[in-house]
Design a protein around this ligand. Sequence first.
Ligand code: SF4
Ligand code: SF4
Length: 128
Amino acid sequence: MKIKIIIPTERIQSPLIAESMVETGVLLNIMVANIDSTYGELIADVDTTLFHKLKEALEKRGAFVTTLDQPIHWDEEECVECGACISVCPMKVYSFDKEWNLCVDEKKCIRCGMCIKMCPHQALKLGD
Ligand code: SF4
Ligand code: SF4
């Protein structure tokens, strides 16, 4: 399952992800990581049966963990087919067909949220 881990400013210097993996023995497959000296946000894949164990370990160290159960939702009525989402999506969810209509392959979405920030017409959202 896909999860989002947020590391707040006051915990950014702490190796809380490594510590949590060592403590629980649960492995994370990190798919997107935006981390600097003030804030961290990661999207990762984790075994569904082990999720709660890892969540507990991360949260007791100050991280915030949420599940990302739904892929991106595209509101076709709002879309102006500008193509901004095509350029930012790391998974090639978006493309234009021969008539320059936007095509969305939701199955590839890893819920990173990059396209939502770029869409000028609020045509994209994550369901959870
Ligand atoms: S960024 Fe938004 S408006 Fe532009 S093509 Fe993508 S979904 Fe449509
Ligand atoms: S959230 Fe948007 S940018 Fe990220 S993988 Fe899904 S469709 Fe692509």
